[in-house]
Design a protein. Structure first.
Length: 396
């Protein structure tokens, strides 16, 4: 079996504009965003009713999860979907002034390992936070459907896999084409003919045919969702749950820019944290310098510290992990966009960190050399650019 395969894909019969909503792990500190989505969708069939936005995650999610599973079954029983068997979908996503190309299909979770130092064909790009998996397992384990916001990256500088499809798309049957809500841009999907699916599969296998390191896919977005799928499969060994629906994109696509994911601390004594951060780096640094912009309600300054890791995010996150163990009252959020950090840091007892991000050409070599990066190292674009839930697949 190949590493990437067609799937029985479910698509809504109508109203794609209300159906598609952004990935659940976005806008986690902005309830007004999700309130707007609820107002747009209303009671219409929508992915909103079968996902759990992380802003609503709590210690007890059982009532929401029960509703999600019931809605999924209602959609399956209520003729909401059309089923397209043995399908791959070529996707073009316009967002801002960019066009991102990808292909939706399934991967085998037997080929995926999120542990640091893995040698599997599909690997995590950054450290997986094991504590984040159990609540997501609760959401997925009894769900009859999966809907992916997972983006897998391939390292294809010759543009041999996805890009050739652009000039052929007019000969493909269109799956959908519509405007995404809340400034998400425009998206088009096209079903790939069987012979083109075979060409895509062969081109993907060729990427690793001559390489000692058989890393084919690096998880760009949705690592914890994919880790959750793996855990649910490990627990159930359900043959349908062995596979996961994903979108594959090329890291060399011009639209893909790696954005840093910044940090905002809440309920924090900013002076105490910064003093201890500087002292920590002075004691443990490697002699190189890294710069951080530090924002509080009363100040906006740059500090220079002695690096303890290759990337600034590594220097910062290693320190924060230790500091927050000693200060459990301090909470953290991972933020896309300097403007959001600045806005959040108007609140009392907040501290935001803004720093230089990682170049995308550094990703695959870093995974091969180091196993994985610090968690929440990078994001592919801003929140509005994230994948929207459109396609679904039965997993029970």
């Amino acid at each position: 079996m190949k590493h990437f395969n067609p799937a029985n894909i479910l698509l809504p019969k109508k109203n794609f504009d209300k159906w598609a909503v952004v990935a659940c792990d976005q806008y986690t500190s902005e309830p007004e965003y999700w309130n707007d989505v609820e107002a747009i969708v209303g009671d219409e069939p929508s992915a909103l009713h079968i996902i759990l936005p992380e802003i609503y995650l709590s210690d007890d999610n059982s009532a929401r999860i029960n509703d999600i599973n019931a809605n999924m079954q209602q959609y399956l029983d209520g003729n909401v979907f059309d089923t397209y068997e043995n399908s791959m979908i070529y996707v073009e996503r316009e967002s801002g002034n960019t066009l991102r190309r990808g292909i939706v299909g399934i991967i085998d979770l037997e080929d995926y390992d999120y542990r640091k130092g893995a040698t599997s064909a599909i690997r995590a790009t950054e450290a997986t936070v094991l504590e984040r998996i159990p609540p997501r397992v609760q959401i997925r384990k009894d769900a009859p459907l999966e809907m992916p916001h997972i983006l897998l990256l391939i390292d294809d500088p010759q543009l041999s896999v996805i890009e050739p499809l652009a000039e052929k798309k007019n000969g493909f049957k269109q799956a959908y084409g519509f405007e995404l809500m809340k400034n998400g841009g425009h998206i088009d999907g096209y079903f790939l003919p069987d012979e083109v699916i075979a060409q895509v599969q062969d081109a993907l296998e060729a990427l690793i045919a001559d390489k000692d390191d058989k890393l084919l896919f690096a998880v760009g977005d949705g690592n914890h969702s994919l880790a959750t799928a793996k855990e649910c499969y490990n627990q159930s060994k359900n043959p349908l749950a062995r596979y996961a629906l994903v979108e594959v994109v090329n890291i060399h696509d011009k639209s893909i820019e790696f954005e840093p994911i910044y940090r905002v601390l809440f309920n924090v004594d900013a002076k105490d944290l910064l003093d201890k951060f500087i002292a920590h780096t002075e004691a443990n640094g490697n002699g190189e310098k890294q710069t951080f912009r530090c924002i509080t309600p009363d100040s906006d300054n740059e500090i220079e510290v002695n690096a303890t890791a290759k990337l600034p995010v590594g220097t910062l996150q290693t320190f924060l992990d230790g500091y927050m163990k000693e200060h459990p009252e301090v909470k953290i959020d991972y933020i896309h966009g300097e403007d959001v950090v600045e806005n959040l840091c108007k609140q009392e007892n907040t501290l935001g960190f803004i720093f230089e991000g990682m170049g995308k050409d550094e990703l695959f070599p870093a995974i091969t050399a180091d196993g994985s990066l610090p968690r929440k190292t990078f994001s592919m674009g801003h929140a509005a650019d994230k994948r929207y839930y459109i396609e679904a697949r039965k997993i029970k």
